[in-house]
Design a protein around this ligand. Structure first.
Ligand code: CA
Ligand code: CA
Ligand code: CA
Ligand code: CA
Length: 199
C-alpha cells in the first residue's frame, strides 16, 4: 500500500512543500436530531490541521515532480499527524492523526475533491466510529459504530440529507441486517426491513 512505501521513502529526499493548503478547517456544525432520545451528532466532518501550525513538518516528494506527496508533522519528536497523496495528483487524500504512537483519527477523501468524505475515530488504535459523507455533500450522512472485536455493530443514516437520522441498522451475530426506518420524518422508526444478503 502507498502509505507503507511512503514510510519507506521518508528517510531520504526530504523536501518541505505545503501539502494541505486546500484542506482548511471547517466550522463544526452540530445539528440536533429530532426525537426525545436522539443524540447530538456532528453533521460536518471537521478537518483537523496537519501542518506547521501543529509541529515540525517533514515532507517527501515520492515521484520527483517537485510536489510533496507525504507530509509528516512531529512535535517534540513524536509523530502528530501524516498526510498522504496516494494518487499523486498533488492533493492529499488521507490524513492520519496519532496519539501516543497509536492511530487516533483518519480522514479520507474518496472522491478526489478538496474535502473529506470519511472520518474514522480510533480508541487505543482500534476503530470505533466511521463517519461518511456518501452523497459528497460535505455533510455526514452515515455513522458506523464498531464493537471491541472490530465488527460493525450499528449504522445510522440520514438518507435525505435533512440533518435528521431516518435509518437505524443493526447487525446480528450471523450477519443478518435489520433496518428500522422513519418514514414520516418524526424522528422515530415506523417500518422494519431486513435486506436480503446482509449488507
Ligand atoms: Ca510528487
Ligand atoms: Ca491525491
Ligand atoms: Ca433524514
Ligand atoms: Ca416515524
Amino acid at each position: 500500500m502507498g502509505l507503507r512505501s511512503a514510510r519507506f521513502f521518508l528517510p531520504w529526499a526530504l523536501v518541505c512543500v505545503p501539502l494541505a493548503a486546500c484542506f482548511e478547517p471547517e466550522t463544526p456544525v452540530n445539528t440536533q436530531a429530532a426525537g426525545p432520545a436522539a443524540p447530538v451528532r456532528n453533521f460536518r466532518i471537521e478537518h483537523e490541521r496537519c501542518d506547521a501550525s501543529v509541529g515540525d513538518v517533514q515532507a517527501v516528494d515520492l515521484d520527483g515532480d517537485g510536489v510533496a506527496d507525504v507530509q509528516e508533522v512531529r512535535k517534540d519528536g513524536a509523530l502528530v499527524c501524516r498526510s498522504s497523496d496516494l494518487n499523486l495528483d498533488g492533493r492529499p487524500d488521507v490524513f492520519e492523526y496519532f496519539e501516543g504512537a497509536k492511530l487516533r483519527r483518519r480522514e479520507t477523501n474518496l472522491v478526489d475533491a478538496s474535502f473529506i468524505t470519511v472520518a474514522e475515530t480510533f480508541e487505543g488504535g482500534r476503530l470505533t466510529l466511521a463517519e461518511y459523507d456518501t452523497r459528497n455533500a460535505r455533510r455526514i450522512d452515515t455513522w458506523d459504530h464498531y464493537t471491541a472485536a472490530g465488527k460493525i455493530d450499528a449504522r445510522e443514516r440520514d438518507t435525505n440529507g435533512d440533518g435528521q437520522v431516518d435509518e437505524w441498522w443493526s447487525f446480528g451475530a450471523e450477519g443478518q441486517v435489520t433496518v428500522r426506518i422513519d418514514v414520516n420524518a418524526d424522528g422515530e422508526p415506523d417500518e422494519v426491513r431486513r435486506p436480503e444478503g446482509g449488507r
